[in-house]
Design a protein around this ligand. Structure first.
Ligand code: GUN
Ligand code: ZN
Length: 434
């Protein structure tokens, strides 16, 4: 074996498919004593230690006790400029935007401030085991330069874009259809496809863009291969009424985006809490995705996400934190709240479905499942080491657990950043817990 090959030994678990499609048992692969082999930033193979180790003579093997290796988590919706305003009190969406969000995002006109926050934000993602995220910048193009510069240094697979908004926001935070288009294009030319970085055309949401801006955003989305489109959809009842008043000629909220070409593969809509069947159908048939953001939906009082309805229609669904409306960077905590959202509707969320949502399901929602999401040979070596003994309570709970299912479920309910012992991106350690 060449000397740059590395191996990691622990319990290993990864998703193979959506449990909704293949059943729970066929949806994952688990090795109680497994080895993950990595070379040149990619997965070489995964399997049982007793089979692989004899073939790995001379290879450096890192061993972790009482630990579980899983693929890195994927966050399909988050706002990096909102890092400093997480946990802001008392408002639902529209007042929350005016009271907290817009003044906070104003500060990102300053590139040095943007660079500081981008560093804090990425560190926090990695502390929580998230290795890929679809990220809102602010309206300022320098906010996105700052973000991509920081992500490039760490060789992370990240997707981001400059916010487009040309109305219904303070003057200090608006662009114009033309400047928004030109600035986005400049950023695409500079960053899209550079290393592991991807660009997302990012209209904030329908109420803050004129039809002229949405038209140009749709044009841009069609202009470059593999570009993303990232926005919000049907999050809050008052927001939905506002969209109806602003776009009376459209059939509904989704139709505003659809009419402007802002739909299709790699179009990712955050929330979708209040969608009708026709809208779910349209999302499914166009290959668009929804980001389910449970901590945010609860925190802003937006409503209970109907995962089963979206699944019935065949919509791609990923998991998002939506920080700063979301209350944690941890996808384990997102899964904790997702479980409760389901319980409140008399439904269940199986722990293997949770694993899928946080990893391979997110990769599928982002059309990145050929590169990330599980440990198939050739994929990016983005993975996390989770510590079964992270806290006294977690260690004690794990001692009682009789099955992998029970352990995994307890990890998703009790776990957070404390559980993440080490995070690897492209085969390099990018976070190690003290
Ligand atoms: N809708 C429009 N902008 C935002 C935002 O920043 N956060 C959330 N949660 N919803 C939005
Ligand atoms: Zn959001």
């Amino acid at each position: 074996m060449p000397s740059h090959v590395k191996a990691y030994r622990a319990a290993i678990l990864h998703s193979l498919a959506d449990p909704a499609e293949v059943g729970i048992e066929q949806s994952y692969q688990y090795f109680a004593d497994g080895v993950l082999v990595v070379d040149n930033g990619r997965i070489v193979e995964v399997g049982p230690a007793d089979e692989l180790l004899p073939r790995l003579k001379g290879v450096e093997v890192s061993e972790y006790r009482d630990a579980l290796i899983t693929p890195g988590f994927i966050d399909t919706h988050i706002h990096y400029p909102q890092t400093g305003m997480i946990a802001s009190y008392g408002e639902q969406l529209l007042d929350w935007l005016n009271t907290y969000t817009f003044p906070t995002e104003q500060q990102f006109a300053d590139k040095a401030h943007a660079a500081d926050v981008a560093g804090i934000f990425l560190k926090e993602l990695l502390r929580n085991g998230t290795t890929t995220a679809l990220v809102f910048g602010s309206v300022h193009k320098q906010s996105v330069d700052a973000f991509f510069e920081a992500a490039e240094k760490l060789d992370l697979r990240m997707i981001a874009g400059k916010v487009l908004m040309d109305r219904n926001a303070p003057d200090y935070l608006t662009d114009t259809p033309e400047s928004g288009y030109a600035d986005s294009k400049e950023l695409i030319e500079r960053w899209h496809g550079k290393g592991r970085l991807h660009y997302a055309v990012t209209p904030r949401f329908a109420p803050t863009s004129t039809p002229e801006q949405l038209t140009l955003a749709g044009q841009l989305f069609a202009e470059y291969p593999d570009l993303y489109m990232h926005t919000h959809l049907s999050e809050n009842r008052a927001e939905i009424e506002w969209v109806k008043a602003l776009f009376p000629e459209r059939k509904g909220y989704l139709d505003v985006y659809d009419h402007h070409g802002l739909i299709g593969p790699r179009a990712v809509f955050a929330h979708g809490v209040h969608l009708c069947d026709d809208e779910c159908q349209r999302l499914a048939e166009t290959g668009s995705a929804i980001a389910f953001c449970p901590t945010s939906n609860l925190f802003l009082g937006s409503g209970l996400f109907d995962l089963e309805k979206l699944e019935r229609h065949g919509v791609r669904v990923g998991l998002g934190t939506d920080v700063g409306a979301g209350t944690s960077f941890s996808q384990l905590q997102s899964l904790n709240e997702a479980y409760k959202v389901m319980q409140l509707q008399g439904k269940k969320l199986d722990p293997f479905k949770s694993l899928y949502l946080a990893t391979l399901g997110g990769a599928r929602a982002l059309y990145l499942d050929h590169q990330i999401g599980n440990f198939a040979t050739g994929k990016d070596a983005d993975f996390v080491v989770l510590d079964y003994h992270a806290t006294p309570l977690i260690a004690y709970r794990m001692q009682q657990a009789k099955s992998l299912t029970e352990k995994l479920f307890a990890l998703t309910i009790l776990g957070d950043d404390r559980v993440v012992k080490e995070t690897f991106a492209a085969g390099r350690s990018v976070h190690r817990r003290n």
